[in-house]
Design a protein around this ligand. Structure first.
Ligand code: SF4
Ligand code: SF4
Ligand code: SF4
Length: 283
């Protein structure tokens, strides 16, 4: 997958026709083949733009930043990224008329070793669900599959699962990189902030870190689009997808096969009510 030529052509057209003020894309780090997000402001910077299977990050996270706010923005979205864009639109965080969206029919992105990332092997919606111009060849519909790690966890008892999670998340340093890198975390004051939270007394203990992450994942339940920005940002390489994918599978099963951000205007699983919903968990 290499759409660099197409992306540069579209960005050139947008700047030439004065349809955008900034363009959010990818550039190489400058010292290896990995990429970082870049915000360019004019034609002279177009040669920086690149798009291939190393274009990992979800760029919609940059729509909540000062340098794009109230500007006309050109933006690249893969399938997963477009679902978070849908949610940001539905939750009134961005204005559609300010955006020109290049949708990607995505073939999957790769990790540092060049292997296709796990979430791409399970991806149900590789094609952008919201776009102005589509690049690439679209795919046939795919079936939902429970994440392989979540399936394995399900075979453990509740006690074993709790022990597993507490052990895995013990090394969390409460840096909040996961939260800052998530496009769907935009509250000005966050309930899990170590400095301000009264819930955790600012303590950096296993128990407080574990509960902070649990709370965070519940605020994303039914909203997480599995882009893995959070996991890529985590300096401790923690498997944060275990929390989000567990929530996703429970919600898919119990809330009418809900998948976050697929349908424009869909406010999420907790806004859907059906008399057929299972209610055996209600006390
Ligand atoms: S999860 Fe899907 S849309 Fe997102 S990068 Fe992977 S294959 Fe592409
Ligand atoms: S929680 Fe992580 S995987 Fe889910 S939308 Fe946010 S950054 Fe993406
Ligand atoms: S990025 Fe990783 S280490 Fe930092 S708070 Fe999140 S889970 Fe913890």
């Amino acid at each position: 997958m290499d759409y660099t030529k197409q992306i540069r052509e579209i960005a050139t057209k947008l700047f030439t026709e004065e349809k955008i003020d900034v363009f959010v894309g990818y550039r190489t780090t400058g010292f290896d083949e990995n990429q970082v997000p870049v915000i360019i402001t004019g034609l002279e910077e177009i040669p920086k733009l690149i798009f291939n299977d190393k274009s990992v990050f979800n760029l919609t996270n940059y729509l909540k930043q000062e340098h794009t706010r109230n500007k006309r923005v050109g933006l690249i979205v893969k399938g997963c990224d477009s679902r978070s864009l849908n949610l940001l639109l539905t939750e009134n965080q961005v204005k559609r008329e300010k955006l020109f969206v290049i949708g990607i029919a995505c073939e999957g992105v790769c990790d540092d070793e060049g292997n296709k990332m796990q979430h791409c092997t399970e991806c149900m919606f590789p094609d952008a669900v919201v776009f102005d111009e589509m690049v690439g060849t679209t795919h046939d519909a795919r079936l939902y599959q429970v994440n392989a790690d979540v399936r394995e966890l399900a075979s453990k008892s509740l006690v074993e699962r709790r022990e597993y999670f507490e052990t895995v998340f013990e090394s969390c340093i409460r840096c909040n990189a996961c939260r800052h890198s998530c496009p769907l975390c935009y509250c000005a004051k966050c309930v899990i902030d170590q400095e301000t939270s009264t819930l955790y007394h600012g303590a950096n203990t296993t128990s407080s870190a574990f509960h902070a992450l649990m709370t965070w994942s519940l605020h994303l339940a039914g909203r997480c689009v599995d882009c893995r920005n959070c996991e890529s940002a985590c300096p401790m390489n923690l498997p944060l997808h275990l929390l989000h994918k567990q929530n996703e599978s429970v919600i898919y099963e119990n809330f009418q096969e809900h998948m976050a951000g697929v349908v424009e205007g869909d406010r999420g699983a907790f806004y859907k009510y059906s008399m057929k919903d299972p209610d055996d968990f209600i006390m």
